[in-house]
Design a protein around this ligand. Structure first.
Ligand code: MD6
Ligand code: FE
Length: 212
């Protein structure tokens, strides 16, 4: 079994407990994109508002038992899509399978996410540095899957002032993120205009979490 800190086998350490698994979602990329379309047919992508009143440039939707939202009242997980009042769509089997396999490769056995935030970036969209800290137990990792046009990911440390390194995330890359890096600040730089045969000018990112 490889550890998080190996650099061979297409695994690159991003920080302690965080690693990029290059191309792991390539074989299932089309199935993941088809599943995203099915989720979005039930729970359309929307640009949410931050507690401070700004509309996010990234459009989002969710699937699974819990979905991450933001509005003027704050950041939180909900069982229902506030736009429809209905439960978020079920987690597609392809998402669960990839998340479990990627976590296992990084040394985390039996990772069963109950929430998947789906981010959609168009040219010019960005995600400013933040921590993922709305989940109940930081002992669980996050598995993040990049699809479509490439983006530059920024990855720092647990303090906002920690220096950030930049890493390119391309179609099919999977990031497993836990342990001492679970509360690291991270963000996505402004998406450049480019094209991918499966997504056009868009990038999608899945972040699979155990939220509840
Ligand atoms: C993105 N990802 O790549 C945004 N969060 O579009 C995240 O915010 C993220 O990739 C926690 C863990 C991994 C991530
Ligand atoms: Fe995040």
């Amino acid at each position: 079994m490889q550890s998080l800190f190996d650099t061979d086998g297409g695994m690159e350490a991003l920080g302690p407990g965080a690693a990029v698994l290059r191309g792991r979602a390539l074989p299932c990329g089309e199935a993941l994109l088809a599943a995203i379309d099915e989720v979005a047919a039930e729970a359309p992508f929307r640009r949410m508002t931050t507690p401070g009143g700004f509309e996010m440039s990234v459009a989002m939707t969710n699937c699974g038992a819990a979905g991450w939202i933001t509005d003027r009242k704050g950041y939180r997980y909900t069982a229902e899509d506030p736009e429809s009042g209905r439960p978020w769509p079920a987690m597609p089997a392809a998402f669960l399978a990839l998340a479990g396999a990627a976590a296992a490769e990084a040394g985390v056995t039996s990772f069963v996410p109950d929430a998947c935030l789906i981010n959609r970036y168009e040219t010019g969209a960005r995600l400013s540095p933040h921590q993922d800290r709305d989940e109940a137990d930081y002992g669980h990792p996050i598995v993040s899957v990049s699809l479509g046009v490439p983006a530059t990911f920024q990855f720092g440390g647990p303090k906002r002032s920690d220096p950030m390194k930049k890493v390119a995330l391309r179609h099919g890359d999977v990031v497993v993120w836990g342990g001492p890096s679970r509360l690291a600040f991270h963000g996505v730089l402004t998406l450049k205009d480019s094209e991918h045969p499966l997504t056009g000018r868009r990038r999608f990112n899945l972040t699979l979490r155990k939220a509840l």
